[in-house]
Design a protein around this ligand. Structure first.
Ligand code: UDX
Length: 446
């Protein structure tokens, strides 16, 4: 199939490359000539394991190309996939200006019947509205498809080539059949729905996963007070097939480009039809508050006095295996530390430059490795569960720090590793592992 993908962000680029891997003839277009130049020179504008290699492979095979000429790409294609960003507006709603613009450009370029598939996450009803917009610009017939994307950053290629399910929201049987044929090599779990339901499946899925995370984080907070261990609780709960074990990892809450944006957007979508989504509002509130559990723990240890404290931060990306810092918990946590007068030494394996730009303020020493960041600090906050942190030599770490205080925001360390060390240790929802925190820090000799 000849396919054009509009937008070379995470979703567009990964989808385009994967369709090319399946043997289709794919052209990825973007308005940004800088991005296209990088891609044409063999580079990748985002960090995603395996993506560079796969792009090289399919380009070599001649099944993928990059360009800025949208009209030309549209004319040569049977399927046009819209995968441009729908970033949040200040009020939480999705900004649809880019996708509206892309749809109109496609409409103006259409020369014969096309399938227009929307992969961007868009509010319910958007596909129909876009179709109306396009009809106002073009007399050429087309079919609309809602094709929501469920890939996770860091495992985007695997998720696209081995999806749990494919959702095809269609308004015509013929187009639905073509999309079924396109996706059949990927999975036998393909569900064809009406367009509005497909749009809703994406929001409902992300909202449910976010709910699982906020739920387990609240259970963790209660565990801390009643003396239970949330990791054991989650394991026990997860054995029930109706609950399932995934997304029950307690921590400092979710971040990233999807969950915060999509939960807020769904609250707005409900609001527009006069429905108050109370449960989801609480999920968002709990998540916001959970970020500051790190600060609360530091305050408890240091008697509420963070001024002048040297604090190491390990992990700036919103999760491991990505350089994405969009809505990362680290931003607000470091902001609070700086506001309180602490000095911060920060390290992340790949997200440091992106984070530095995002933070845009002084007071942080940027470090090239984890031990350098820990050097001479009074406390270390682990905010992202990068695998390299789990493998760290704790006795070396203790020797490097001025005071061995470890706030583990992702429950990376286990009890047996901590045994016999002198760490003051706080994790999330595992009070039995807390060590040396019976009294405020002044007793620990400043
Ligand atoms: C998510 C969805 O998983 C994906 O299906 C959708 O298409 C886009 O949004 P992504 O944002 O890449 O993907 O990250 P994900 O791996 O889902 O993690 C999101 C956040 O939740 C991260 O900050 C992560 O640290 C946090 N998380 C995840 C937890 O705190 N606990 C968990 O148990 C799982």
């Amino acid at each position: 199939m000849r396919i054009t993908v509009v937008g070379t962000g995470y979703v567009g680029l990964v989808s385009g490359v994967c369709y090319a891997k399946l043997g289709h003839d794919v052209m990825c277009v973007d308005k940004d000539p800088g991005k296209i130049r990088i891609l044409n020179e063999g580079g990748v504008p985002i960090y995603e394991p395996g993506l560079r290699e796969l792009i090289a492979e399919v380009r070599q095979a001649g099944s993928l190309s990059f360009g800025t000429d949208l009209p030309n790409a549209v004319r040569r294609s049977e399927l046009i996939i819209l995968a441009v960003g729908t970033p949040p507006l200040p009020n939480g709603e999705a900004n649809l200006a880019y996708i509206d613009h892309a749809a109109l450009e496609v409409a103006e370029a259409m020369n014969d019947r096309k399938i227009i598939a929307v992969k961007s996450t868009v509010p319910v009803g958007t596909n129909e509205r876009l179709a109306g917009l396009m009809r106002s610009r073009s007399a050429v017939a087309f079919d609309s498809i809602s094709l929501p994307e469920f890939l996770r950053e860091g495992s985007a290629i695997h998720d696209t080539l081995h999806p749990d399910r494919i959702i095809i929201g269609a308004d015509s049987e013929e187009a639905a059949n073509k999309m079924l044929e396109l996706h059949e090599p990927l999975t036998d779990r393909i569900i064809v729905t009406d367009i509005r339901s497909a749009e809703m499946i994406k929001y409902a899925s992300n909202a449910f996963l976010a709910t699982k995370i906020s739920f387990i984080n609240e259970i963790a907070n209660i565990c801390e007070k009643v003396g239970a261990d949330v990791s054991q609780v989650a394991e026990g709960m997860g054995c029930d097939r109706r609950i399932g074990p995934s997304f029950l990892q307690a921590g400092i809450g979710y971040g990233g480009s999807c969950f915060p944006k999509d939960t807020n957007a769904l609250i707005q979508i409900a609001g527009h039809v006069n429905y108050e989504f109370k449960l989801l509002r609480s999920v968002v509130e709990v998540n916001q508050d959970q970020r500051f559990s790190v600060i609360r723990k530091l305050n408890a240890i240091f008697g509420g006095e963070l001024e002048g404290l040297n604090v190491a931060v390990w992990g700036l990306a919103f999760k491991p295996n990505t350089d994405d810092v969009r809505d990362t918990p680290a931003l607000e946590i470091i902001g609070r530390l700086l506001d309180a007068g602490a000095k911060v030494r920060a390290y992340d394996p790949v997200a440091l430059d992106n984070f530095r730009t995002l933070l845009g303020r002084e007071g942080v020493t940027w470090c090239g490795d984890a031990m350098e960041a820990a050097q001479g600090t009074d406390a270390l906050c682990l905010l992202t569960d990068w695998p390299e942190f789990a493998g760290v030599d704790l006795s070396r770490l203790q020797a490097a720090m001025a005071r061995p205080v470890l706030i583990d925001g992702r429950n990376v360390f286990q009890e047996k590793e901590l045994l016999g060390t002198g760490f003051v240790y706080y994790s999330v929802g595992r009070p039995s592992l807390n060590k040396g925190v019976k009294q405020p820090m002044p007793a620990l000799q400043f």
